[in-house]
Design a protein around this ligand. Sequence first.
Ligand code: EPU
Length: 436
Amino acid sequence: MDAFVIRGGTPLHGNIAIAGSKNAALPIMAAALLTDDPLDLLDVAELADIGNMRRLLHALGCDATAHDGALRLHVTDTSTSAAKYDIVRTMRASICTLGPMLARRGEARVSLPGGCAIGVRPVDLHLKGMEALGARLSLDSGDIVATTPPGGRLIGATVFLGGAYGPTVLGTANVMSAATLARGRTIIESAACEPEIVDLAAVLNAMGARITGAGSPRITIDGVERLHGARHRVMADRIEAGTYIMAGAIAGGSLTISNCPVDCLMAATTTLAEAGVTIRAEPGADPLRTTVTVSRSGPIRPTHVTTQPHPGFPTDLQAQLMALLTLAEGNSSITERIFPDRFMHVAELARMGADLMRHGSTVLVSGVKRLVGAPVMASDLRASASLVLAGLAASGQTIVRRVYHLDRGYERMEDRLNAVGAHIERVDERSLPLMD
Ligand code: EPU
């Protein structure tokens, strides 16, 4: 296992180009199961989760090859429709294969993903959506077994997909993908409005689907007989962009972020402006692929934030924002409404001198004058990113262990940050002294 050794305290200057979105690419890749034709995708980042999805699709008879700078996905064998636990447990987005397989092949077996570091994460809303479309569902040895109703096709229906914590992103993706091949009209009420859903709908429509309303809480899908191949450039990663914007804010200096989907980051940029960070977007450029300049002339100011479904402040930037606010001049609060237990970074940030107090799903952040480098442990993808950000600002040396979590969602983060002035070395954990 790798670790990062970070020497903090240097400002960042230069440009970081944002890669294709992980969370958009994963359900889009699964949509390749909906057609016998090739699906060509551009800007698919080289990440551990993308590799896992390629492995899973391969096991489901879908070849994945790099072709002319694109990732070509092509179903060549439909004899196996079982997504097994050994891959599903490594990546929850595996559940996205359920809808496409069921819709196209009439049957699917997908292992239940189980919990993960950020919470319980049930899939009941995915199943509710499939059932509404007429799917017959059962549980067998920890697997969801799904078949289409008699006649072999799913049947369009109106389904409310809101849950106790709001809409579901991958649940919306799953049901929307399945409904493209259903007989008749499907309406998803309380659909997730995340930009990744809009990107998935764009690909599905390019494949011949008839979807309207993606990006709003009501999505309408008129089922078609078949889908064909398409070519699509995956949207830029708004969470990667938000993370590097916060890296610039915490480390100081002047950073530009190109291929930045600033239009999808309104809640984050507004919050950062409140915190005293100046973010300027290139005038007149495409707001989904623009260049922004990040700088901060004064101190970090405290603020109060609650995570919400899009367009609210994203849970996937909560940990990174907390790292920034540890250094604010005053007291901040962060409330997590999407995954109320997503606070694995709190104890680790405290090891670096942060003053944090958790009350249920809220953390009170009392700003401190400085963070001090320490050995810390990454526990999930975004928590790891927050520890790296804290390490950039801390005095002395920070060692972040288990950065394989980070590699799931950030392409060679250390190279990107070192190119703009950071000092991060990737080392084999076995070369480090033992931690208690
Ligand atoms: N939920 C249910 N039942 C369900 C599904 C979800 O109760 O059937 C609950 C969840 O437990 C949570 C809330 O609904 O409390 C929202 O979960 P959602 O289903 O929207 O999450 P997801 O689709 O599994 C995606 C991203 C996450 C991101 C969330 C929220 C991907 C691959 N994952 O997960 O990304 O945090 O949406 O925006 O798109 C990450 O990238 O670090 C990450 C965790």
